[in-house]
Design a binder for this molecule. Sequence first.
Ligand code: UDX
Length: 449
Amino acid sequence: MSAGEKPKIGVFGAGWVGLVTGACFAELGHEVIVRDVLPERIAALESGRVPLHEPELPELLERNRERLTFTLEVDDAVSAPIMFVCVGTPPTYSGDADLSAVWTVVDQLPELEERAILVMKSTVPVGTGEKVRAALDARGLAHVGYVSNPEFLSEGSAVRDFMHPDRVVVGAFTEADGAAVTALYEPLETTVVQADVASAEMIKLAANAFLMTRISFINEIANVCEATGADVVKVAEGVGLDHRLGPHFLRAGIGWGGSCFPKDGVALKQLASNSGYHFQLLNAVIEVNELQKRRVVGKLAKHLGSLRGKTIALLGLAFKPNTNDMRDAPSLILAPRLLAEGAVVRGWDPVALEEAKQALRGVELSETLLEALTDADGAVIVTEWDELSGLLTSELRDAMRTPLIVDGRNLLDPGEARAAGFVYESIGRAAHDLDVLPETEEPETKLHQ
Ligand code: UDX
């Protein structure tokens, strides 16, 4: 590599983090080689198909085709002097992170002649860096550096998050390795937090846990609002304007899901308890989230009585909008809960129907909102897709057997919903969620009073 030339980058794992990381480094001018173990995934990428739904990613991959290579071979990926590990670290039954994919990458590294750096982007327990360092040293790979560089990419805006990060965290064992990784982010003009490896690992876990805490906090405030007559949306606005608190992650709803929060929350809880510490607050944060999803059932029953034989449409199945990711989506809890109550459950989602087929057994999947709502006794907004902002039409209202909406994301305006002839419930907006039939354009309903 000549002076001034950007180093080639290897990426292990062509999932969300790996593909976004690879595509963004290619956009920044690096030659990038992405390796995955799934032949169908590599074949798709080679033929220009993107195996996941992430805004801007297809365009980025297409624009940088010349600089991007996809491979199944470890030996191809290790031709790069800087190798990012972006493999999955799913939960095990014990709640600890499953690091087998991480260890496979480490164990498969060949005898590298040249100096290289392994950069950990996957979310791993604190202490993983120390262990990998020791394993590399034991294999005679002391010249392979190790750097922790956690990702803070939010699905649905991952490309933007990579290109405009709030900060980049670099935890290294040596100054030179830290500087080499820091240099990669120079074009992004962001704050780089340089730390020891353990602290870098903990920054990622703590940031996620804090975001989860904010959500569970506002959800509990929402529940108290329901009991006392306050409106959580107003409350969050008033609280969030305090510069010490800020407005983010104060949207009350049916709780978080996704590829990170559920598994990373439990992994941090177990990491603490494995070290003999009971992380009381985090336990409560997780439990609040579990209970929050189930409150939907009570809101439906409040109007419909027993749900046995009632048809309930779940609107939005992905864990959040702009993704087809169903990992730990609230719909995965709600569907079986409603089925257990004896309800007939339908599901609609603009992009995740294929994924839902595998994940939601016993649920009738609908291609259109009209199909999902026809003769339904109630609908639950599970994911705040843009498409659902247009839900308040007379066509959809009249198609429903009872025009009941439980808005699990506070997406719609209560006054507008009621004026459009729907019976409307949301989360923590007691001031608006009056248990009354709509005053205008009142349709015939069979609502349980
Ligand atoms: C998250 C972190 O934001 C990201 O930094 C980390 O790298 C991976 O995990 P992601 O899971 O993609 O990203 O989505 P995010 O937008 O953070 O939302 C997570 C969950 O919280 C979603 O289910 C969302 O609906 C929920 N949420 C978020 C709320 O219920 N209320 C809020 O105010 C914000």
